[in-house]
Write a protein that binds this ligand. Sequence first.
Ligand SMILES: Cc1ncc(COP(=O)(O)O)c(C=O)c1O
Length: 478
Amino acid sequence: MPEPTAALRLRLDPGQAQPIYRQIYERIKEAIARGTLRPGERVPSVRSLASELGVARGTVELAYQLLSSEGYLQPRGPAGTLVSTHLAGRNASPPPRLEEDAAQALPGLIAHGPQVLPFQLGLPALDAFPRALWSRLAGRRLRHTAGNQLAYPQPSGYAPLREALASYLNVSRGIACDPAQVLICAGYQGALDLISRTLLHAGDAVWHEDPGYPRGRQLMAAAGAELVAVPVDADGLCVDEGRRRAPQARFALVTPSQQSPTGVALSLARRLALLDWASQAGAWIIEDDYDSEFRYAGFPLPALKSLDREGRVLYSGTFSKVLFPALRLGYLVVPEALLERFVRSQQIFSAGCSELLQATLCDFLVEGHFARHLKRTRTLYAERRQILRAALEQRLGAAMDFAELPGGLHLIGGIRGDDRAIARRAHAAGLGLQALNSWCVEARRAPALMLSFTNVRDAQNAAELAERVAEVMAAAGE
Ligand SMILES: Cc1ncc(COP(=O)(O)O)c(C=O)c1O
C-alpha cells in the first residue's frame, strides 16, 4: 500500500473570503498540477489533515469529495485516498507556476469579487458613478440592438469604440495610433493574458517593478515567465539594474505614469533608457497605464508609448479605475508590426467582450459624459484624499508620516513597526489597507500602509475609519 504523502504544508488564509474547504480543494489541485502530489500517491487521511490544519473534519471531507467528484482523487476505502492514477502523464508540459509567496502575502487584499472593505485598493468611488445616466444609455442601446448584434461580437472589439479610443489616446495621452491597433480586452488582466498567449515563450525573462502590482507578475509567472525583480527608486524603474540582472529579458512590465504602488513617475532619462534597452534586446515593454488620469497637481504625464518610435511598447489602458471594475473593459494598443499576430491570437483565444457594454461605453465617451465624469471624480478624489489625510493626521499625529504623492487613488503613510503584521491585523478587523512591503519581492521598504481614499464618504466617515486604524495600531503596540 502506498505511503501517505509527507505533510502537504497547505497554507490556508482564514481572512480570505474564499471558504476553507475551497482553499483546501484549490491547494491540492495546485499541488497535483505542480507535480508535488503525484498520481497514485496517498494523500493524508481526513482526520490527520483536519488536525494538521486545525479545521473540522467535515471541512476536509467536503474538499476531498469535490476533488473525487472531479476525478483528482480516488477514495480506496481502507487503503486511503490516492491521487487519481488517470492523471498520469497529464503533466508533461511544465505546470503553470502560481507565485505562492505573493499570493500568501496578500491574503484576499486585492479586490477581486464583490467584497468592498474600507481603504480597499484598486476601487474607484463606487457611489460616484452616474448609474442613472449609464442605465439610460444602456437601455437606449438595448432597445435599438439590431438582429445581427445578437450574434458573436468582434473578438478585437466594437469598431466605433476602437475609433473613439484612438482619438481619446491621441488627445489625452499623446499616442498616435490607428483604431485597428486598439484591441478591446477584459481589462489589464485580459490584455496581459493576450500578450502572454501571443508573445511569451516558457522561460522568457520578464522584468517587473519591485515593489509592483502583484497580479501582473503572477499572471506572467503562471504563463511560464521567469520573473526578474527590478528595483524602483525616486525616478521609477532602475533600468541599469534591470540590464545588469537580465539584459536579454523579453518583457518589462512597467507603470511609467504613476508607479504602482509608490506613485513616482518614470523620469524622462529612464524612459529613454528603457526604450533603448528594448530596442537593443528586441524586448517588449508592457506599459500599464491604469490610473494616470488621476493627478491632483499639474497635468497627466504623456504615456511612455508617445515616445515609442520603434514599436517596442504594448500600451494597456483600463476602465476599472475611471469607471468601474465590474465593467471588465480595457484596451491594448499593439505596434503595427505585431497587429496581425495579435488579431489572430484574439480570434483564437478571446471570448470577446459584451458588445452591448462596449456600445454603451462608446456612447458615454463620444457624448462627452466620460470627460465630465473624469473632471468630477478628479475633484472628488482630491477632496476625499484631503479629508482622509486630515483625519489620520489628527488621530495618529506623528505615528503616521505621509508620502507626498502627486496623484493616484491611495495614501501611503509611513509607520513604525512591521507593516505586514499591522496590515494582517487590520484585515482581520475588516479594513482593506495594505502593507507597502507586501508588494515587495526582494526590495525592502521603510514600513508603510497604503490606504485608498476613493470610498471615504465624508469627514465623519474618515474620522471613524481613522479611529479604527488607531485601534489596530495600538493593539499591535505601535
Ligand atoms: C497597477 C494596476 N494595473 C492595472 C489594474 C487594473 O486591472 P484590470 O483592468 O484588470 O481591472 C490595477 C487594478 O487594481 C492596478 O492596480
